[in-house]
Design a protein around this ligand. Structure first.
Ligand SMILES: Cc1cc2nc3c(=O)[nH]c(=O)nc-3n(C[C@H](O)[C@H](O)[C@H](O)COP(=O)(O)OP(=O)(O)OC[C@H]3O[C@@H](n4cnc5c(N)ncnc54)[C@H](O)[C@@H]3O)c2cc1C
Length: 394
């Protein structure tokens, strides 16, 4: 029997010819296993929730939930994100390398191989990019490396870092000793890392807060992702692939809310509590269904462009994240009142989805900045190729 998440995806199957029979079956298997695992989810708010989320990640890793060899891994992962997000946006790290993809794609072979093993066993990697002056201005970061005894030592402070206590490693963005923006992986057990937890409004499954770096060692021969000075390119390439995954997860969450509301209304009709479903509710269900599907297809397309290194990949990925998460957020806000006040209880999955989707309006790129960067690129393209809008306004 199809899970409700697969019921959403099944009509899109002709749009993902990259996924053969085996890959599709694996997706269905993942959806079935996740549906089973979420039955034991601790109610929230609950201090053991992040332990449970880690356990889900490790269990799914042990069960071999990854794309089959030969299948298009990135398309499979997009649909996998939709399937887990359908249950809970906090499951966004349930499978796949997540931010660890930066290490796999950009580190030297030795470091990549160590982390490939760790990620396959369910370890988690966080990203430490944002600073107090604003995450939308990564070019202005101040965390920096100084040379000491042949190594580099990182000093600085990062904010709003997710997976703060659970991550086994962090990809940190900083200034190399000569000043250029660089990325490196830092083991989470380094004693020079200080964490300050902050309670978020949504996405509270993983811990979140400040990460201070007190002379944290980095070996420039092994720990850098790409050469020194390539940090902005590493960031751009990663988020070109990562943002469609985030978008698909958010749309999965909106689809989960949609199914919950539809089933609740149908059950109320069956039981006689409702004599009929009013037109306003029917229109809302139809409109949001179409919007979620359209945005998911756009995320799949963005993912393909990023995988192919297409020149429009950044534009489509940035604007697509903002548009897709906006759609998921608005659909959830519009559908929630159809349930009445019971959807407003703190324990309601609808209330949780609304809080979680609010967090995604900031995380992985705040939307006005993403749309604006898209606008800048479109204006630049419209001028002759030599023209550039003043880079300081980016
Ligand atoms: C739940 C959650 C999880 C997160 N996880 C992580 C993580 O794991 N790692 C990480 O590094 N970061 C993380 N972040 C941070 C996230 O990436 C940032 O919130 C985001 O990049 C926006 O940065 P900011 O919040 O500092 O806002 P800002 O960059 O300060 O932007 C706020 C507003 O100011 C505007 N603005 C900026 N410059 C100007 C200007 N010159 N004039 C006028 N307006 C301007 C922006 O457009 C925006 O509207 C997370 C955030 C959240 C909410």
């Amino acid at each position: 029997m199809m899970t409700p998440a697969i019921t959403w995806l099944e009509p899109l199957r002709p749009s993902v010819p990259e996924l053969g029979e085996t890959a599709w079956d694996r997706l269905c298997g993942l959806s079935t296993d996740v549906t089973e695992l979420v039955r034991d989810a601790p109610t929230r708010p609950h201090p053991s929730r992040s332990k449970w989320l880690m356990q889900v990640r490790r269990t799914l890793a042990e069960q071999g939930h990854h794309p089959p060899p030969g299948a298009d891994a990135s398309v499979w992962q997009i649909l996998a994100q939709f399937c887990v997000g359908f249950h809970d946006l906090d499951l966004r790290d349930a499978t796949g390398p997540g931010h660890g993809a930066m290490i796999l794609n950009e580190a030297g072979e030795r470091t990549a191989s160590v982390w490939r093993g760790r990620l396959q066993q369910g370890d988690l990697v966080g990203i430490a990019a944002t600073e107090r002056h604003g995450g939308s201005r990564i070019r202005e970061i101040t965390t920096s490396a100084v040379r000491q005894d042949g190594r580099w030592r990182l000093r600085g402070e990062k904010c709003w870092v997710s997976r703060l206590a659970e991550a086994s490693g962090f990809v940190v963005f900083f200034r190399a000793p000569e000043g250029s923006i660089t990325a490196a992986v830092v083991d989470a057990s380094e004693p020079g890392l200080e964490r300050e937890l902050i309670e978020p409004l949504g996405l509270d499954g993983w811990s979140w807060g400040m990460l201070r770096l007190h002379d944290v060692p980095v070996d420039p021969a092994n720990d850098l992702l790409g050469p020194a000075g390539s940090g902005l390119d590493v960031f751009r390439r990663h988020f070109g692939r990562f943002r469609p995954l985030v978008t698909a997860t958010a749309l999965g969450t909106a689809a989960g809310v949609h199914t919950f509301v539809t089933d609740s209304l149908a059950a109320a009709c069956r039981s006689g509590t409702l004599r009929r479903v009013r037109d306003n509710a029917l229109i809302m269900l139809g409109r949001t269904y179409a919007e979620i599907n359209a945005a998911l297809l756009a995320a799949i397309s963005a993912n393909r462009l990023a995988s192919a290194g297409h020149p429009s990949a950044d534009l489509v990925s940035r604007t697509g994240k903002a548009m897709g998460v906006d759609i998921a957020y608005q659909a959830t806000a519009d559908l929630a009142p159809l349930l009445g006040a019971r959807g407003f209880q703190r324990i309601s999955p609808i209330a949780k989805a609304r809080g979680d989707l609010t967090a995604l309006l900031y995380a992985d790129g705040i939307h006005d900045t993403l749309y604006r960067a898209g606008g800048i690129e479109l204006i630049e393209r419209s001028f002759h190729p030599g023209f550039h809008v003043n880079p300081s306004v980016r």
